[in-house]
Design a protein around this ligand. Structure first.
Ligand SMILES: [Zn+2]
Length: 305
């Protein structure tokens, strides 16, 4: 799970823990193993875990596994973690209102200060929450992928928010009209609780990124951003320009170019004409500031994978 509360995290049962023991990743991170999320584990772990598919994972509360395989009204599989984590009955209340939608890069999902018409559950791609200043500058204060919701003010009953939400990496998802969302939430207390927790975690992310932008070096922040992005889109190749990164990190383009050059000099990334490829993820984790791990921690440890 992605929003930090131990009650919402899955615990490997004793037999599973025993089988996973040889894996370094599992030994240090047993509570975060999820049966449908082996893709992010190293090959040695995949081999050890192969026989565990479908063998069951118990919840810390003893309740049944909830990260179900779900489909939308068009029959497409839902990848959004929040939608896959709410109870089946409450998801069924929501399902008829969810509208599949393609989300191109630079598409604005809602504008700062304007009425929010839809909430979005991303299946893939990545959105940013951005603060805009009166002189035309901007800085990213939160990232949302398939682990979250765009339109969190709606969840807590607000019709407007202070940030622009914009797609940064092309993707797709499901959207729901704000009025429908409010109506369903009134009948779905557990869904409301889970979403409220996500809203809190997103607030923590905003605070951490604000501190990061103020306190940490640009190469640390760039490494942190690349890791967060890779967690959400599941690819080591990111189509991003220095101009774009400068806007996201609240700095100038020359600073981004310098930082990218430093990371490339250590063979952590390859940067060629609008494309950054992560070559050495462990090395990039070492280069990132503590903020990356702080956000992973309160996200429940698994980032957005
Ligand atoms: Zn930082």
């Amino acid at each position: 799970m992605l929003w930090g509360d131990p009650e919402l995290q899955w615990r490997a049962g004793p037999a599973i823990a025993h089988l996973l023991h040889p894996c370094v990743r599992c030994r240090t991170d047993k509570l975060r193993i999820r049966p449908l999320a082996y893709a992010h584990l190293p090959k040695s772990c995949l081999k050890a875990c192969a026989s565990l598919q479908g063998s069951g994972v118990e919840r810390t509360t003893g309740r049944k596994e909830r990260k179900a395989i779900r489909t939308d009204s068009s029959g497409r599989r839902v990848q959004n973690s929040i939608l896959r984590s709410i109870p089946e009955g409450e998801y069924n209340l929501l399902r008829e209102y969810l509208e599949p939608t393609d989300l191109p890069a630079q598409h604005i999902l809602h504008e700062a200060g304007a009425r929010i018409d839809f909430a979005y559950f991303l299946n893939d791609g990545m959105a940013s929450l951005v603060v805009l200043t009166s002189d035309g500058r901007s800085v990213e204060v939160a990232i949302v992928g398939k682990e979250g919701i765009v339109g969190t003010p709606l969840v807590v009953g607000l019709s407007r928010g202070p940030h622009r939400a914009v797609m940064q990496i092309v993707g797709s998802g499901l959207r729901i009209k704000s009025a429908d969302l409010m109506e369903v939430l009134d009948s779905a207390p557990e869904m409301r609780l889970i979403w409220n927790r996500y809203v809190l975690v997103q607030g923590l992310q905003v605070a951490q990124i604000a501190a990061c932008n103020r306190l940490h070096d640009i190469e640390q922040r760039l490494a942190r951003w690349l890791l967060m992005c890779q967690d959400r889109i599941g690819s080591e190749t990111l189509l991003v320009t220095h101009e774009f990164l400068a806007q996201m990190l609240g700095t100038g383009r020359p600073s981004v170019s310098l930082a990218a050059g430093i990371l490339q000099g250590y063979a952590l990334i390859e940067n060629i004409r609008g494309t950054i490829t992560i070559l050495n993820r462990p090395g990039l984790e070492n280069a990132a500031c503590e903020c990356y791990f702080a956000m992973k921690h309160f996200n429940g440890g698994s980032g957005a994978q």
